[in-house]
Design a protein around this ligand. Structure first.
Ligand SMILES: *Cc1c(COP(=O)(O)O)cnc(C)c1O
Length: 429
């Protein structure tokens, strides 16, 4: 908050497409989709219309003993769209809560099936899964977690296949395979006491947009099966087309035991999340009341009708427009628009998976020595962006784009120009 003594908070009056407008008439391209949630632009007429209709029909109803048309239709469509073994939907209202559901349900599955030693989780270093205590425990970004150390679960951390750290000349594919040895060793050692491995498929978004190869997911799926450990795919950030496929897991051709979805699920309109799982896991809870095997977990707003309607309207756009293919062209254009940074003396790497592009600023390009975080180089890029009509919000020294898919070529150019100039400025001393 103290930063805002120098840098006033920007009050936004309205949004339209990729643009946000403040009360003085200044406009900003939302290059980060308002923290990765927006998919088809602000005030999208199609989502607006669907919501207005829903509002006049049903805003919300208890989802215990009762149900409603919108949540049923959404569940059926999600089951069709997600990898094949995911057949069941459990709704919550934000990404962290969906992660909590998956963690608890995984533990509870093993409990119900007599494997009561299984009570730990494996996650990757540099991973992020949300802010509530369970989700924070399985995350491994120190900045968010360290203070709360005394409150955390005892989680097994395995070195991330983050390809930024590959050797010179080594491909991301080969590095991901090489790093998998550490996961294999951890599974070997801990499988008996371990419920699940939780990962962010392909991109560790909050962990500075670090990326890895789909081969890691393919190997992980096989190893989890072999070791009798669940695989939780946290697609809260990468789901709904961000990585170039509707779900990132598709690129590895895998089906996890749990998939957590939120953020883009409602097109960025309303808080809603879902933890999807398999029939096998569902069946382990299905029993007579007296046996007390039920999953005792509920949220007041579970399956909220307005949220579900926004989600359906979002899926309708995916179904009727050629979004994934159009995005392929936009991804290429986005890369070309920042190509001149490849040779920049303070840019270590430009990396990309689909509609996510990240530029890593470093002190020394050869050694990849990082800038001291206290210098806040990213903040300088942020400020430059604001003065030039683009909302960028770097993570430390990493400048990135996760734009709404309605962005056009001119807007991509403008966004890229602000980032390029901002990086020049932030690294000029
Ligand atoms: C944002 C995020 C979450 C948490 O979602 P919230 O809705 O902010 O609670 C969980 N996992 C990943 C991968 C995320 O990016």
């Amino acid at each position: 908050m103290k930063d805002h003594e120098q840098l006033p908070i920007t009050p936004i009056k309205s949004g339209s497409g990729v643009w946000l407008e403040d009360f003085e008439g200044n406009r900003y391209i939302d290059a980060i989709s308002s923290w990765w949630v927006n998919i088809f632009g602000h005030s999208n007429p199609r989502i607006n219309d669907a919501l207005k209709q829903q509002l006049d029909t049903l805003e919300h109803v208890i989802l215990a003993g009762f149900t409603h048309e919108t949540v049923i239709e959404l569940s059926e469509r999600l089951v069709k769209l997600t990898p094949n073994t995911l057949k069941r939907c459990f709704y919550a209202d934000n990404g962290s809560s969906a992660v909590e559901v998956a963690l608890k349900m995984s533990f509870h599955y093993w409990y119900n099936t007599g494997k009561r030693n299984k009570k730990r989780f494996i996650s990757l270093t540099n991973s992020y899964h949300g802010e509530t205590l369970g989700a924070l425990s399985v995350g491994q970004v120190e900045l968010y977690k360290d203070t709360y150390g005394p409150l955390m679960l005892d989680v097994i951390a395995v070195k991330s296949p983050d390809c930024y750290h590959r050797e010179q000349g080594e491909s991301c594919h080969d590095y991901s395979i090489r790093l998998f040895a550490e996961m294999e060793a951890a599974l070997e050692q801990y499988a008996d006491e371990c419920c699940a491995v939780i990962i962010e498929p392909l991109i560790q978004c909050a962990g500075d947009m670090r990326m890895y190869d789909p081969i890691y997911l393919t190997m992980l799926r096989e190893a989890c099966d072999r070791h009798n450990v669940h695989l939780i795919a946290d697609e809260v950030a990468v789901g709904f087309g961000r990585t170039g496929s509707l779900f990132a897991c598709e690129q590895a051709n895998i089906s996890p035991d749990f998939m957590c979805l939120s953020k883009g699920l409602t097109g960025g309109y309303l808080p809603l999340s879902v933890a999807m799982t398999t029939d096998e896991i569902y069946d382990a809870f299905y029993d007579d009341y007296q046996n007390l095997t039920a999953f005792m977990h509920s949220h007041s707003y579970t399956g909220n009708a307005l949220g579900c309607r926004a989600a359906l309207a979002t899926l309708d756009i995916f179904a009727s427009d050629n979004v994934i293919d159009e995005n392929k062209k936009k991804s290429v254009f986005m890369r070309q628009a920042v190509a001149e940074l490849e040779d920049h003396p303070h840019v270590a790497e430009i990396r990309q998976h689909g509609m996510v592009l990240a530029i890593e600023m470093v002190k020394n390009k050869q050694t990849r020595e990082a800038y001291d975080w206290k210098e806040r180089r990213g903040l300088a890029v942020y400020q430059h962006g604001l003065k030039n009509s683009v909302l960028l919000r770097p993570l430390g020294n990493v400048v990135y784009f996760i734009p709404p898919y309605v962005i056009n070529d001119d807007e991509i150019k403008l966004m890229a120009r602000a980032a390029i100039e901002g990086i020049h400025k932030a690294t000029s001393d």
